[in-house]
Design a protein around this ligand. Structure first.
Ligand SMILES: CC(=O)SCCNC(=O)CCNC(=O)[C@H](O)C(C)(C)COP(=O)(O)OP(=O)(O)OC[C@H]1O[C@@H](n2cnc3c(N)ncnc32)[C@H](O)[C@@H]1OP(=O)(O)O
Ligand SMILES: CC(C)C(=O)C(=O)O
Length: 568
């Protein structure tokens, strides 16, 4: 991406911000309880992708996309799914009919349909529900002071009447159609956040008087954060206030429906649950009006991370991303919590080092507790792999490079070799300014250590002197492609080969350290050897060799080290 524009100078805004926007007044709830509560069980979930999510799309879902979303939500284990606004469009109406007529609604799953409190819309909604086994009819009208004044131009009593009349018609049709056993009821005072609490209580209780809920047949009171206009603690206070003050609390389910205008929809939902709510409406990855609905995948992931079973299946997050992107025709951001392509990836060196050490610690841990720095949740629990956890660019360090080489190629670089090789990688990454793939990293390692210069080791023979420790080596090497035979004497094959290479190259060096380990297993197992060579000036450098034969891998490592001294 290139930037061709000119950065304009920042100048103070001309608007009088303090006069134009007002802080949200605090809620009078001095003995609020929610700040000291924790969430210990999953709420009842209601997925509203097919309604609130759908109504916010550039291109609303057609039948095929709706069905794909429906099957996914059912598969995840949602038991309440808002499937549309059947009186609003033929597509929504037909989809509800299809679900009912095709028998596609599993037992235990309720479809939810939304309607305004308008007679023709309510009647049409009931038409769509003929034959349904279990549905929630969701009635809403807007109640905030702003909406009352600007949109409805009605006082509180007028707004209350809209809701009550809507509820009465719904009750009447439920009875007339003999659907009492099949229909549950939900009421939303839309724009609840902007509604005075005493009026929210008044209108909800007026609606309750119509529905007559009981502890066995509860009314869902959905208190939406239709537009998020304040910090999430205000919503939590409002929810706690309602939960404490609404009459017959045991006959209602308090439901949250947060939007995300200020980017704190998830926090609002979580604090709302701490404040006493029982249920949450939201969508996969937060699709929905404006900045979206609350993201159910994040909420479920957050529960998991806190040790609470979310009661919905998010174990294939990549699959969910594919469905959401297909159905909504909107992309998921690479940094989207839990789901984004980059959220389990570390580029920066110190993070990579810590993750690498964390993975090693987990391998030998006796406790099942997940403890990997910078990875608050195990990507595997979301169906994400460890493959992309560490990626290399100029911000990366030795730990990350070592992690990739170990994971992809089974080689465990000694610490000092990690430091040495990371400088080479840094040089390449800085020079190219791009990410280095695992293949590119291996290529760099090969050029630096494995196929790295003038000499190539070919074969050897060892002869013992038969008495003490002395060994004579006769080795075949190639010197810039030319076959040569060299000999040397030492107290073992490495020592003897070092003597031979010293004589051949004219260099003064000896072996400061040697380590080898197996790479892979079974018939394909090989040995990788690391030799640290000390040069006359006291400095050291590494050579690396890989071969099925342990001795050969060591001799190759010496050859690699000699090539590197020569390049210096
Ligand atoms: C916050 C939310 O997400 S609420 C859900 C919103 N979703 C949608 O609106 C998507 C689907 N909606 C639609 O397709 C259309 O709005 C329809 C088909 C439902 C209705 O369409 P129309 O009647 O043509 O128009 P429109 O929606 O503009 O109607 C506005 C009228 O309904 C009234 N109204 C709005 N909401 C409600 C309500 N919940 N209950 C009763 N009346 C309402 C308004 O006051 C306004 O009345 P007025 O015409 O007397 O001024
Ligand atoms: C209908 C209601 C619940 C709604 O969608 C909202 O307030 O955002």
């Amino acid at each position: 991406m290139t930037y061709a524009g000119k950065v304009s100078q920042f100048s103070a805004p001309k608007v009088d911000i303090a006069a134009k926007y007002k802080p949200w007044p605090p809620i009078d709830l001095p003995d609020r309880q929610w700040p000291s509560r924790t969430i210990s069980t999953a709420p009842t979930w209601c997925a509203v992708d097919l309604r609130d999510g759908n109504q916010a799309l550039i291109e609303p879902m057609g039948h095929e996309r709706k069905l794909r979303m429906w099957d996914t939500l059912v598969g995840m284990g949602f038991k309440e799914i808002e499937v549309g606004f059947p009186s609003a469009s033929q597509t929504d109406f037909d989809f509800v009919r299809f679900l009912i007529e095709s028998g596609r609604i599993p037992d235990g799953v309720a479809i939810q349909v939304l309607t305004q409190a308008r007679e023709e819309l309510i009647r049409r909604t009931f038409e769509s529900l003929k034959g349904v086994k279990c549905a929630i009819v969701h009635l809403y009208n807007s109640t905030s002071e702003l909406q009352r004044r600007i949109v409805f131009r009605q006082d509180r009593a007028g707004i209350r009447d809209i809701a009550v009349n809507g509820a009465k018609l719904i009750m009447q049709l439920t009875k007339e159609l003999g659907m009492e056993a099949n229909i549950r009821h939900q009421y939303s005072p839309e724009s609840f956040m902007g509604t005075e609490l005493d009026f929210s209580k008044e209108i909800c209780e007026a609606v309750m008087d119509v529905y007559q809920p009981t502890p066995d047949n509860k009314l869902i009171l959905n208190l939406p954060l239709t537009v998020e206009m304040s910090t999430p603690n205000i919503y939590a206070d409002q929810i706690e206030w309602m939960s404490r003050n609404i009459k017959n609390r045991d006959s209602v389910i308090i439901s949250l429906h947060p939007h995300n205008d200020r980017g704190t929809g998830v926090a609002a939902a979580e604090l709302g649950l701490m404040a006493g709510a029982d249920r949450v409406e939201g969508t996969l990855f937060g699709n929905g009006e404006r900045t979206g609905n609350v993201d159910l995948v994040i909420l479920a992931g957050n529960l998991m991370m806190s040790g609470v079973d979310p009661q919905v299946d998010i174990s294939d997050v990549n699959g969910l991303v594919r469905v959401a992107e297909y159905c909504n025709q909107l992309p998921i951001h690479p940094r989207h919590p839990y789901a984004g392509e980059l959220v389990f990836t570390a580029f920066s060196g110190s993070h990579q080092d810590a993750i690498n050490k964390g993975f090693k610690a987990i391998e030998t841990a006796t406790s099942p507790v997940w403890e990997v720095p910078y990875l608050p949740i195990d990507p595997k629990d979301l169906g994400r792999s460890y493959e992309a956890v560490i990626r290399i660019n100029s911000q990366s360090g030795k730990g990350g490079i070592a992690y990739i080489l170990e994971k992809e190629h089974g080689i465990e670089l000694p610490r000092l070799l990690q430091v040495e090789f990371s400088k080479a990688v840094q040089g390449i990454a800085d020079g190219e300014g791009v990410e280095l793939s695992a293949d590119r990293l291996w290529d760099a390692f090969t050029r630096e250590y494995l196929d790295n210069g003038r000499y190539t080791f070919t074969s050897h023979q060892i002869v013992s002197d038969g008495e003490g420790e002395e060994r004579t080596i006769t080795a075949r090497i190639r010197d810039e492609g030319v076959e040569k035979t060299i000999t040397g004497v030492g107290n073992g094959p490495i020592d003897a080969f070092v003597a031979a290479m010293r004589a051949e190259s004219g260099l003064d060096f000896d072996v400061a350290n040697y380590r080898e380990h197996a790479m892979g297993s079974g018939a394909n197992a090989a040995a990788v050897s690391y030799v640290e060579l000390r040069i006359a000036d006291g400095s050291t450098l590494f050579g690396v060799g890989i071969d099925k034969d342990t001795t050969k891998s060591a001799l190759k490592a010496v050859t690699s080290g000699v090539n590197r001294i020569l390049k210096r």
